[in-house]
Design a protein around this ligand. Structure first.
Ligand code: CDV
Length: 309
């Protein structure tokens, strides 16, 4: 018996700072209709899919950015997406900025099925910085505008599989995948906004795409799960974001890949049973993990060098 889930990665092109939520939602509904026509049961949208990537802008008073956050979910602007997905019988992942009733700000993703939020994740690995950096052409102020996520990495049963979520920078950290893999994850979803040509890192531009795929392919293979990575791509208010949305199978091979920097749906038939093979052999955790040597991973953040020169 196989468990085939047809998965769509709904890449979005840029969202301008003054583009309305209603407009972004209309674009997503169009991709959802295409996903329905192509047989999808699950669609993954990007990180911050309802707004421009505003952490590129500095504001002294962070409440001046409140217009980019959602105070409830779904709200009036987003409800049509929930309704369209329920009608199409498609589950979806959606990234957005969350402002809680008691004033906490998170970079959040939800998993929605049959009109209901079945899972919520708040980004743990916030990249960038908290104060204005004069050396950057664009800021990356996620540490200013968000608190680190407080929910860890739960997984959820959905569409006959075990699903997990991360957001953007989380995909670069092996801990993200492994925590979920220890809960049996079979498909892990990441939305991302990855700037190109304009960060503080002194590396050639082509490496952004190479690393984007490298981390998700390694995460899929080493944890024997599908990985779906979906970009907000293209030139957003003058700032270039990479595309390269992809679906990776548990072997680590890419089985669907975006070819544009615009709104684009990629689709793959994912047999969730393929995740079993690695979990029962090379990455049979119960059999092969040696936890007596792993303690340092959860007790230490920075590097401690050996003594001497
Ligand atoms: N939105 C992100 O988390 N972006 C980071 C950038 C800053 C490197 C990323 O990991 O793609």
């Amino acid at each position: 018996m196989s468990r085939i889930l047809t998965v769509g990665g709904a890449q979005l092109g840029p969202i301008a700072p003054d583009e309305s939520r209603e407009s972004a939602v209309a674009r997503m509904i169009e991709l959802l209709h295409e996903a329905k026509a192509r047989g999808c049961g699950l669609v993954v949208f990007p990180e911050m899919a309802l707004s421009t990537f505003f952490p590129r802008y500095y504001e002294e008073d962070i409440s001046k950015m409140d217009r980019f956050y959602e105070r409830e979910m779904p709200n009036d602007a987003v409800r049509p997406l929930f309704e369209a997905a329920e009608k199409a019988d498609i589950a979806f992942y959606l990234g957005y900025c969350e402002l809680t009733p008691d004033g906490h700000r998170f970079n959040t993703a939800i998993l929605v099925d049959k009109g209901k939020i079945v899972g919520k994740y708040r980004k743990v690995h916030l990249p960038g910085h908290a104060e204005y950096d004069p050396n950057r052409p664009w800021q990356h102020l996620e540490k200013r505008y968000f608190e680190p996520g407080d929910l860890g990495w739960p997984v959820w049963r959905c569409r006959d599989g075990v699903m997990g979520m991360g957001l953007c920078n989380d995909r670069r950290w092996p801990e993200t995948y492994r925590v979920m893999a220890l809960k049996g994850v079979e498909l892990t979803m990441f939305g991302y906004n990855t700037p190109d040509r304009n960060t503080a890192a002194p590396e050639p531009n082509h490496l952004r795409m190479y690393h984007n795929h490298l981390v998700m392919q390694a995460g899929a293979y080493q944890n024997s799960c599908f990985v779906v990575g979906v970009a907000k791509a293209g030139i957003e208010d003058g700032c270039m974001l990479i595309g390269g949305s992809c679906i990776v199978q548990p072997s680590g091979e890419i089985i669907a890949l975006a070819s544009t920097l615009e709104d684009e749906l990629i689709v793959a038939n994912c047999d969730l049973d393929l995740a079993k093979m690695g979990k029962e052999t090379v990455f049979n955790f119960a059999k092969h993990r040696r936890i007596e040597h792993y303690g340092i991973i959860s007790s230490q953040t920075g590097v401690v060098l050996p003594e001497g020169v």
